[in-house]
Design a protein around this ligand. Structure first.
Ligand code: ADP
Length: 518
């Protein structure tokens, strides 16, 4: 049985996602190449830019965290919980970052911001990203233990720790502003040497995280995390030549940041959707399977009562006739003997049916034998002599001799012929003033197949019903079960053959049984 994947976390990487990931990284590299030569081109300050971008990233990253927490709960994975909490932390940094950004909400920034508050908040944020991936890759190893044995990952504890850490580092960057080394000289110009050192350290950290992730890449989620780390590298490279804010490179930096998280978010949403569709389909398939099972159980029960009921009725009729012949004041032993023979014949038929039902459901190969279909036609017809005589039906056999033998379950094929003959007799019984005639023909159209045609001069089958009559439970008879033809077709098709009906020229029905010769 194929393993059902529950999400990005346990879907192995490769194929479509890999190609898409390479395309996304290619696109980001293109942005880098285009922007890099003109990085310091001043574009002017757009005061709504930071609040807008931060709000978008905040929502996106919290959504990523929510989707990852959901997967973590399914897999009881501490690694995923830590990764999700990493996203909570980076998202939370965005709030003080936007509030303290000089010129966004107030000229100098809110929360008592200093010249370097935003720079340090961004530095914490950019450090938290690779660090949470490193922790995730490291913890993933321990997640491999059997799922049931693990306790659920402590999501609430991790969320509150992330919030507490964000608060502490925000206080550090605002109240403890002067304890941190400066990155900016004023609200737009950086101290290049400090910024350079910071960028190199960040590149090293991201490279370690990326290396660890790719060397142990085990899922589609890992692929998309790789894309977001590659984007972080590109951000640092964009940052390297920057001397201040509000230049082309600086705006491009935020664009790359936004895009890289958007990609992970879209991948997670697409996967959640795919999972939902898969779940809906499998629920529907299971529902259909169950109702099919119910129909088949119903069908088996009805089939047994239909197929065995008929010979048992004949047993009771013949036994009664024998009893009457003997209990009569002038007993007629000859009639009694004939009736007892009929009783025995019907009993044999009931046994044969019971064996056939068993053979059908046990699917035993040993019940297959090689035989001449003409012999079987004669045997089947003789089993129904009484019924035909009772309805004054004449039978003509037009059998081609010799026919190639067939390899089949004799009892099942006999069942088919008996069913078709009984149907023909019942159809003839319902006609008045017409000759009641059944003709059985056997032919071999080519040496690979044999065909038996059972035609009657009865009511015939309306063309629009020619396929409907083979459906289970379709019947036009007051006490019919509508199972004879559907079971017969099943038997014939199980032997690689075909069973179909057509209209005879004189208005009756013809049933064609085609079987492969052995
Ligand atoms: P049942 O005999 O219990 O109705 P079947 O599956 O054997 O179930 O047959 C389904 C229906 O096909 C019958 O009710 C009848 O309407 C039609 N049918 C079958 N055989 C003949 C026939 N030889 N001539 C006319 N109609 C037939």
């Amino acid at each position: 049985m194929s393993h059902e994947h529950l999400g990005l976390f346990d879907t192995p990487p490769g194929g479509r996602e890999d190609r898409l990931a390479v395309a996304v990284v290619g696109g980001l590299l293109l942005i880098l190449l285009v922007v890099l030569p003109a990085s310091n081109l001043p574009l002017g300050e757009v005061s709504a830019f930071i609040p807008t971008v931060c709000a978008m990233m905040l929502v996106g990253e919290l959504l990523i965290a929510a989707l990852l927490y959901a997967q973590a709960a399914v897999f009881r994975s501490l690694a995923l919980t830590i990764l999700a909490s990493g996203y909570v932390l980076t998202a939370l940094f965005l709030i003080p970052f936007a509030l303290t950004f000089p010129g966004a909400f107030s000229r100098g920034g809110l929360l008592g911001a200093g010249a370097n508050t935003t720079a340090w908040l961004m530095a914490f944020r950019r450090g938290a990203d690779p660090l949470s991936v490193i922790l995730y890759v490291w913890l993933k190893q321990t997640d491999r233990a059997p799922r049931k044995a693990q306790r659920p990952a402590p999501a609430l504890l991790c969320i509150s720790s992330a919030a507490a850490l964000a608060l502490a580092l925000t206080l550090f960057a605002t109240v403890g502003h002067d304890l941190l080394p400066p990155i900016f000289a004023n609200r737009s110009d950086a101290i290049y040497a400090h910024l350079f050192v910071f960028n190199i350290l960040n590149i090293a950290l991201v490279a370690i995280a990326l290396g660890m992730l790719l060397s142990r890449r085990a899922s589609v989620l890992d692929t998309w995390l790789g894309v977001s780390l590659a984007a972080a590298l590109i951000q640092s490279l964009l940052n390297l030549p920057l001397h201040g804010r509000f230049s082309l490179g600086w705006y491009a930096l935020f664009l790359v940041m936004l895009l890289s998280h958007l990609v992970v978010l879209l991948a997670l949403i697409a996967e959640a959707n795919r999972l939902y569709v898969r779940l809906a389909l499998s629920t529907e398939a299971r529902r259909r399977e169950r109702s099919a099972q119910l129909i088949s159980i119903d069908g088996v029960a009805a089939a047994i009562s239909h197929e065995i009921g008929q010979p048992l009725a004949a047993v009771s009729l013949s036994a009664n006739a024998a009893l009457n012949s003997l209990a009569h004041p002038r007993p007629d032993p000859e009639r009694a003997i004939k009736s007892i023979r009929d009783t025995l014949d019907a009993t044999r038929r009931a046994f044969a049916v019971a064996r056939s039902v068993r053979a059908t459901f046990s699917k035993r190969a040993e019940s297959v034998s090689k035989f001449d279909i003409n012999d079987l036609v004669r045997d089947s017809a003789s089993l129904l002599e009484r019924e035909m005589a009772a309805e004054r039906v004449s039978l003509r056999l037009a059998l081609t001799q010799p026919l190639p033998p067939i390899l089949a379950n004799r009892i099942q094929i006999q069942q088919v012929f008996v069913n078709l003959l009984l149907n023909a007799i019942e159809s003839l019984a319902a006609t008045d003033g017409r000759a009641r005639r059944i003709v059985i023909r056997s032919v071999t159209p080519d040496r690979q197949t044999v065909q038996v045609e059972i035609s009657d001069s009865g009511l015939g089958i309306a063309p629009e019903r020619a396929t409907q009559i083979f459906e289970p439970f379709f019947t036009t008879k007051p006490s019919g079960t509508g199972l004879g033809l559907s079971l017969s077709r099943n038997f014939v098709e199980a032997h690689g053959g075909r069973l179909w009906a057509s209209q005879a020229e004189d208005g009756g029905a013809i049933f064609h049984v085609e079987l492969p010769s052995s």
